[in-house]
Design a protein around this ligand. Structure first.
Ligand code: PEP
Ligand code: MG
Length: 755
């Protein structure tokens, strides 16, 4: 009765010995198949590895004709070997030749073998080959034998990929990893970046596969799973969701998987076959990935990501690798690759080393994208399958203008992108040249261009961009990057620095806008377990319910602005009463200044963001009470369309250049004109030349944007005839079209507007 001689553990030990010998990859493979065949009492053992042409090439065999090695090739899906690769699952057949998928290859001499057991060779969840054993008899291989062969296949994958075993080129050939990959995502932040990939949450690479003490490994695994469950429970409890990618739903999925007995059981079984705890996690993860990857259902594919993240967390738990230790060794041309992240996480990186950002999910108006734009980091989002195609350290080009990504680009692509980067630099020069020129249209209308800012590092941009002032200073960013609540003194210092940088130019401070995707890790946010955080307890709502926070901030602003001009605005105001209450709070702080004999600001203007649609229908009541209004199109339009700005599935579903948006904005412009209230738009819309053109066309004369957008928008303004555009746009408001983008682009083209 055939069976495994000495079991998989002995086999693994022998494999380790073979791997330690200084031999070529081919010799090692040859030895390994002999070892497997003898250990499994099989007459044949063959390794088929994926070649550059994505064929399964017989690369080593014990038992089949040696002349077939490197001659026999099967396509994925062809024959039983191809079937195993196509479905990434084992086949166990006592009578292989009667299987409908059997493909006879005379050069191998395999016609005399009846039974066949084959398993996929998986690396990072991808099929890189197939390992097969065959017997002359109609042998029924046991489940344990299938498991054992899977374990061996995993070790084989590492053998094949070991950097010291094969040259990089061979590795790519053997692993079927195409040298260059081109992915097209969506542009989130313009710019060209050439650099090297850094995985935000890198896959932990398991180097020690074979266990020395199985009992110890079982214990390690159990303890790690236990600790993992605890940490997920903690995260759910404290709801410290500073990570945009970690919504409650995702954490709940983690918890479900982490508590899944089947998962733990499968990993324990893998350890029992002789693997280390880490290798067992990877083994089971490989199986799961390969199975789920084939699911067409996007929901299942999302769960695969969750499962991947979870396994990676478990590996970090086992290896003690922390994310902090990983981000400490950032290359000087880092391009961060993440599934998704929150703004605070991006801010954690050393900005001077960041060149680009790629998000597999993400949304253009989510705060992480806004922060990326503020930093001038080329960003591409919704880059499908990026994580599957990239390894840490890979060369990568991110084209934030077109949304293209090149992984391991060819010399030609590098050359053409270096040229493109130079071209961009020349364009930047042109923008610099018009920096001192007025932002005025061909027919004489001034359009004031402001910058959005939020951190001290943003301040030099005001001067560099030649902007009119700071149209939006997001004060919450200081709170988000701090590990504890910034003190009054720290706030005063920052606000002073902003006013110093602004000089004579206006700077509009927006009071704390937290909640939604802007979380403060140190605040007790237990009360924020919300179904719809964007519609929840955030911004002015928190400020009015916890007035101490707002009063503190207003105090800091008034103190910093003693003897100077100060402009304050409130976020997320939905009704006039909210504005009035917030303003009353400022009055109280003014009275306090007087009481202590402190100097007041020389002038004080107070305004509001208009980013909740309800406020647009109270303008006659509101406008007499405010000094200015600023439209926050990011929030306003997510509420208008009921489409979450941070949810990649819906964030770009509607075009902001639609008759609905233009009419709505026009209504606000008309009202503000009537009341002679200064109106700005400070959402991301205003930083895109075509959108900015439409805004000017519907009557806006002040826009605030990320600093890098000022040059391109000014170029647009200086080439525009507003009179003509207004007449043209009069015909757009009533159109039934979902978007009038093409109409506007045609206008720009026809009239030579630089968009
Ligand atoms: C907006 O909503 O448009 C806005 C400017 O504010 P934030 O993006 O910070 O929410
Ligand atoms: Mg907003």
């Amino acid at each position: 009765m055939p069976g495994s001689v000495g079991g998989p553990r002995i086999l693994l030990r022998r494999l380790r010995e073979v791997m330690a010998e200084p031999e070529s990859a081919q010799k090692r493979l040859d030895k390994i198949v002999v070892l497997i065949a003898s250990n499994m009492v099989a007459e044949v053992c063959s390794a088929y590895l994926m070649n550059g042409a994505r064929e399964l090439e017989l690369s080593a065999t014990e038992g089949l004709k040696p002349t077939a090695v490197h001659a026999t090739r099967l396509k994925v899906g062809e024959g039983l070997v191809g079937d195993i690769a196509a479905h990434a699952r084992p086949l166990n057949l006592a009578d292989a030749q009667s299987h409908p998928g059997f493909a006879y290859r005379p050069e191998t001499g395999e016609e005399i073998y009846k039974s066949l057991m084959g398993v996929p060779i998986l690396r990072s969840g991808k099929v890189v080959g197939v390992l097969v054993v065959q017997n002359r008899t109609k042998r029924h291989y046991t489940e344990e034998e299938v498991e054992a062969l899977q374990t061996v296949a995993m070790v084989l994958a590492e053998v094949v990929a070991a950097a010291d075993l094969v040259t990089e080129q061979q590795e790519e050939r053997l692993l079927g990893r195409p040298t260059s990959v081109h992915i097209v995502g969506a542009s989130f932040s313009e710019g060209i970046a050439l650099g090297h990939a850094v995985l935000h949450e890198p896959r932990v690479h398991v180097t020690k596969l074979i266990a020395e003490d199985t009992e110890l490994e079982l214990k390690r695994l159990e303890q790690a799973v236990y600790a993992l469950r605890g940490s997920i429970d903690d995260m759910l409890e404290t709801e410290d969701l500073s990570h945009a990618g970690e919504h409650r739903e995702v954490l709940q999925a983690y918890r479900m998987f982490a508590n899944d007995r089947g998962w733990l059981q499968r990993m324990l079984e893998a350890v029992k076959t002789g693997l280390t705890a880490e290798a067992a996690v990877e083994r089971v993860q490989n199986d799961t990935r390969a199975r789920l990857q084939r699911a067409a259902d996007p929901y299942i594919r999302d769960r695969l990501h969750d499962f991947d993240d979870l396994a990676n967390r478990l590996l970090r738990q086992l290896t003690g690798v922390t994310l902090a230790s990983l981000s400490a060794n950032l290359p000087s041309d880092a391009i961060i690759i993440a599934r998704n992240m929150g703004p605070a996480e991006l801010l954690d990186y050393d900005k001077s080393r960041l060149r680009g950002l790629v998000l597999e999910d993400g949304a253009p108006n989510a705060h992480v994208s806004i922060v990326a734009r503020a930093f001038g980091i080329a960003t591409v989002g919704r880059a499908e399958d990026i994580l599957e195609n990239i390894e840490p350290g890979d060369a990568i080009i991110v084209d934030g203008d077109t949304g293209e990504i090149y992984i391991r680009p060819s010399q030609e692509v590098i050359a053409s992108y270096s040229e493109k980067a130079r071209f961009r630099a020349r364009k930047q020069e042109q923008y610099k040249e018009i920096r001192g020129e007025p932002s005025v249209t061909l027919d004489g209308h001034d359009v004031a261009l402001y910058v959005n800012a939020g951190l001290q590092v943003d301040l030099p941009h005001l001067e560099e961009a030649g902007a009119h002032g700071i149209g939006l200073f997001r004060t919450e960013l200081q709170f988000m990057i701090a590990s504890t609540l910034p003190s009054l003194r720290e706030q005063i210092e920052l606000y002073r620095a902003v006013l110093d940088a602004a000089g004579d130019k206006p700077a509009v401070f927006r009071t704390l806008d937290i909640g939604g995707d802007k979380m403060l890790p140190y605040m007790n946010l237990a009360a924020l377990k919300e179904e719809n955080p964007a519609l929840g307890w955030r911004a002015i709502r928190i400020s009015l319910d916890r007035p101490a926070l707002l009063r503190h901030q207003v105090r800091a602003l008034l103190t910093a602005a003693a003897g100077r001009s100060l402009r304050i605005m409130f976020p997320m105001v939905a009704e006039v009463a909210e504005y009035s209450r917030a303003r009353a709070l400022v009055d109280k702080e003014l009275a306090r200044l007087d009481k202590f004999g402190k100097e007041r600001p020389a002038s004080l203007e107070i305004g509001t963001m208009l980013e909740v649609p309800s406020l647009a229908w109270q303008l006659d009541a509101l406008l007499p009470l405010v000094d200015f209004v600023s439209i926050g199109s990011n929030d306003l339009l997510q509420f208008l369309f009921a489409s979450d700005r941070g949810n990649p599935r819906v964030a770009t579903r509607y075009d902001f250049l639609s008759p609905a948006v233009l009419s709505f904005l026009r209504h606000i412009v008309v009202k503000c004109d009537e009341h002679k209230t200064p109106l700005t738009l400070c959402g991301e819309m205003s930083g895109r030349p075509l959108e900015a053109m439409a805004l000017v066309g519907l009557g806006l004369r002040r826009v605030s944007m990320s600093p890098a957008a000022v040059g391109p928008v000014k170029m647009m303004v200086r080439s525009l005839d507003v009179g003509r555009l207004e007449a043209f746009m009069a015909g757009l408001y009533g159109l039934p079209d979902r978007s009038v983008r093409a109409h506007l682009a045609a206008f720009a083209e026809e009239h030579g507007v630089a968009v």
